[in-house]
Design a protein around this ligand. Sequence first.
Ligand SMILES: [Zn+2]
Length: 396
Amino acid sequence: MTERLYYDDAYLWEFDGTVTRLREGKKQGTWEALLDRSAFYPTSGGQPFDTGKLLFAGGEACVTDVEADREGEVWHTLDRAVPEGTAVHGCLDGQRRTDHMEQHGGEHMLAGAIWEMLQGTTIGLHLGQEDSTIDVTLPEERTHLTEEEIRMLEDTVNSRIRLDAPIRCWFPAKEELESLPLRKAPTVQEHVRIVAMGDFEMVACGGTHPSSTGRIGMLKILSVIPAKGKARISFVCGGRAAAVFQKYMRCADKAGAALSCPVEKLSRAASDLKSRLAEAERKANRFETKELLDKFRAAESTEDLKGITLAAVVTEEADARAVTAAVSEYIAEKGKLLLLAAGERLTFARSENVPVDMSELIRRVGRGGGRPEMASGAGIPECVGVARKILMTEMK
Ligand SMILES: [Zn+2]
């Protein structure tokens, strides 16, 4: 069985070992090797695998994946074959592992605080490329947290991080294990490994953790959304939290400069701007609607259409809402027929008492459809002239 060196030292980036087995990998051109001892962490408990290299006399192999099989053997996926019996010097990507330990350590602290303060049970850590998520079952089937609760959790976790309490991992004997105040029951029966985050939190875990809470750096909750009856909390820790802070500050500074206001007044300035814009749009729309109506009336002719007024209008492109408002208002009066081309948008409409199918008419001259009293579609402005001729001929 592979001796897992990270159990005793989570900061062991280099180690010596021997290849004990080699087989072909799942992907073509890859190989899988077992070592007698390894510091490489295999994907488990939501924490992704380590990457790195195996150096040996005459070359090196990249470790691109690490998995544990059912028997607990740790398989290292390699980009080249390293024969059984070869002595290797393993080198881990320490930056990647440090990042994983910051997120994983932060998850313990957060889950502990959620349990302690909100009686929420955490399951399933997913450590992603950008952020990490946990799913939390809260009392009364709540699936969200209030702004106040989020701040309380962050403050609690971050103050405990700053205390820089030691993080201890060990395999207790059965009697000791039974006496420990674990946050939740272990999922395995044998070789139960316990991690204690200072005095704040204790749970069974086989993962890698920072040596003290201070090395988690800081924790920031990014979002809480409902997910299958649970609250899904997304968060970042350590270097990722610092990067998020930098990014958000940059965005906030730019937005503040654009709106000429300090960052803390941004949301007020943005909502003011939004309502002023909406009001301006409403005014512009009313103006455009009135302009269109004036155009319809100016284009009216009553020649030979049995008292029905026909307006054939070609105009430049107009706001769709203004067109709808103007057309609806126009045909609310009795005896109106309207053929409108606003840019390349056709709208044919008529009053309730005019027996013409506008939907059919629009299809005869362009593309589109709709209801018998109002249809719209696309076509060149000349379609209006063609439709007018059809009406003049057929309604005589
Ligand atoms: Zn852990």
